[in-house]
Design a protein around this ligand. Structure first.
Ligand code: TMP
Length: 202
């Protein structure tokens, strides 16, 4: 089983990932759990992540950003995720393809290129369940700002994140395997909802 946690900056992804790990471990004490994050999750993909996140003088062309994130995803899926699933592990992903649909497809307005690269890189491969933590970007970015310095993507305008959120919401409205959680609620309520959802879906 491949479970993914998605959402804009400041949505509370990290604590949701920790909770999903705990619930899966309680439910399947014998099963191996493999955690991934994107971009990254393999030594090579983590190196690309560093370059990718770093603010730089040379502007990164949107197509470069897109190709780099799919290079990472291809490496991660082929060398980590698919082998783990074949071994019977539960894979818990901190972001996956839906991030590209939202950030590059919506934020950068490259929806056609995202669709094409997604087909080339993943074919029919997709998560069994995605928990989408929905947050107003103005609130989420403020939380991210309080955590410290903003990376290259976090420095984008609010309108970029509003377009990304609209794409997340549109995808969640059409795909029953994407479940939306209102991340503006108190953390206890968010966690209770995640628990209830996993009890139904695991
Ligand atoms: P994070 O995992 O620490 O949130 O950082 C990843 C950043 O990269 C975040 O700003 C979202 C962005 N991102 C994309 O723009 N497209 C993608 O496909 C992925 C996986 C992440």
């Amino acid at each position: 089983m491949f479970i993914v946690i998605e959402g804009l900056e400041g949505a509370g992804k990290s604590s949701a990932v920790a909770l999903v790990n705990q619930i899966v471990a309680e439910r399947f004490p014998e099963r191996e759990i493999v955690n991934t994050r994107e971009p990254g999750g393999t030594p090579l993909a983590e190196e690309i992540r560093e370059i990718w996140k770093q603010p730089r003088q040379e502007p990164m062309a949107p197509i470069t950003e897109l190709l780099m994130v799919y290079a990472c995803r291809g490496q991660l899926v082929e060398t980590v995720i698919k082998p783990a699933l074949e071994r019977g592990a539960v894979v818990i992903g901190d972001r996956h393809n839906l991030s590209s649909v939202a950030y590059q497809g919506g934020g950068r307005m490259l929806a056609d290129q995202v669709a094409a690269l997604s087909t080339i890189t993943l074919g029919e491969f997709s998560p069994d369940l995605t928990l989408y933590l929905d947050i107003d970007p103005a609130i989420g970015l403020e939380r991210a700002r309080q955590r410290g310095e903003l990376d290259r993507i976090e420095q984008e305008k609010l309108s970029f994140f509003e377009r990304a959120r609209a794409c997340y919401q549109a995808a969640a409205a059409t795909d029953p395997r994407i479940v939306t959680i209102d991340a503006s609620q108190p953390i206890e309520a968010v966690h209770q909802q995640i628990r209830a959802l996993l009890e139904l879906n695991l």
